[in-house]
Design a protein around this ligand. Structure first.
Ligand SMILES: [Zn+2]
Length: 59
């Protein structure tokens, strides 16, 4: 089971792997890590484009 970390996702956010929004960025995804388009069903999860770590925006 992937551990999901709740973060404040903003332009200054940097993943533990070193990726940030100006590098490879982050993709909206569901809690299983499947990339999705931001829509009404989106719950605020992001996946790191480099290491596939999943984050949940606390906003
Ligand atoms: Zn990462």
């Amino acid at each position: 089971m992937t551990k999901i970390i709740t973060v404040k996702m903003n332009d200054d956010f940097t993943c533990k792997c070193g990726n940030d929004v100006m590098d490879s960025g982050f993709h909206p995804c569901d809690k299983k890590g499947n990339e999705i388009e931001p829509a009404t069903t989106w719950e605020g999860y992001y996946k790191c484009a480099k290491c596939d770590k999943i984050y949940l925006d606390e906003e």
